[in-house]
Design a binder for this molecule. Sequence first.
Ligand code: CTP
Length: 407
Amino acid sequence: MYLVDNKQVLLCVGGGIAAYKAAELTRRFMDAGASVNVAMTRASQAFIQPLTLQALSRRPVATELLSVTQEAEIGHIKLAEDADVVLVAPATANLIARMAMGMADDVVTATLLATKAPVVVAPAMNGRMLEHPAVVENISRLEDFGYRVVRPDSGELACGYHGPGRLPDPEVLIEEVGAALTDQDMRGLRVLVSAGPTREPFDPVRYISNRSSGRMGYAVARAARRRGADVTLVSGPVTLSAPHGCSVVQVETAAQMKDAMVGRVTDSDVVVMVAAVADYRPSETSDTKLKKSDSGISIELQRTEDILQRLSAARGDRVVVGFAAETTDVKGYAAKKLADKNLDLIVANDVSAEGAGFDTETNSAVLISRDGREESTGVISKDELADRLLDGALALRSPAQALNRRA
Ligand code: CTP
């Protein structure tokens, strides 16, 4: 995966019940292309064996600060220097307190003091402990240090309590670690993204739709959020899980998508229409299920409104980005759509090409800007294409807009 690929992650494990999740976390980081060093507090070793994490990370695990052999073989200063990013998960109340005080009484806290790498902290504990003013104050101190604190999930806790305090899922932690490694060049910007197909019903159980999986739009939402933007994602029906940290609005039809986008556009700085909006919908929708007969049926279709055109017509100083799915003369048709729909940037992909289009992890696109710039990406991941698109959108913002954002 693109986010933490080739990165050296230092996972610091605290002593709470969620420590058992460090095993899965280590695996998932490695699957995502990272290498993982693990450092453990003494309490965490009561919940999970260092040997487990050593076997999974294929590296020696740091458990002791005052050990002649470990200091020679691993060394907390080397661990601190080698890390591209540090993740403290789970961060218990005790570990958070020691970090906030700047203590160096074990290998985890000493390494944290010695590192220059960005630090992500994932608190996990009983909900009442989490609310205690001492913990709240310590967490805010960690934020003052510039650490990125991940809000715990809510749900059933091991202690029987129901509420906030759970360690978030590995994909959320990987996303947060990815964000900690990413330049926050979209902080203060509001990004509105549409994704997925729409469904146009002709009776209560049937509809016309298309093959869009929503992956590209979800990748754009995640990338913008990772770069610090406030993201609203308007999504047609897809099977993907909601991107972490984005506000998601679920819609079904083109008309609902139009209302959702038009209603939010004034609160946005960048609009990206990735959705495969149905161009046609049935002229009539039956309230009851249509019964079959021996003869064929015809369904009359009528055009849906072009949402992108509507948004770009009232754009103000917003940057408006569209997509084009083509099978022939990709650049020619895309340039025409850029002009016809009055866009700032268009991302055109040849959906018939190998490694591009619907339901793939990769895409191959041409980005054409209103200022004539043109970039062919070759086959790249949808995550990477999302970043290229956002680079293009940022480059089109005027210096005055950029100044406003900083103000
Ligand atoms: N779009 C939209 N509203 C529609 C249809 C499309 O906002 N009713 C947006 C899509 O989200 C995408 C771009 O317009 O950003 C695609 O343009 P479009 O002309 O619809 O592309 P195609 O459907 O590929 O057009 P054609 O069939 O003419 O190639």
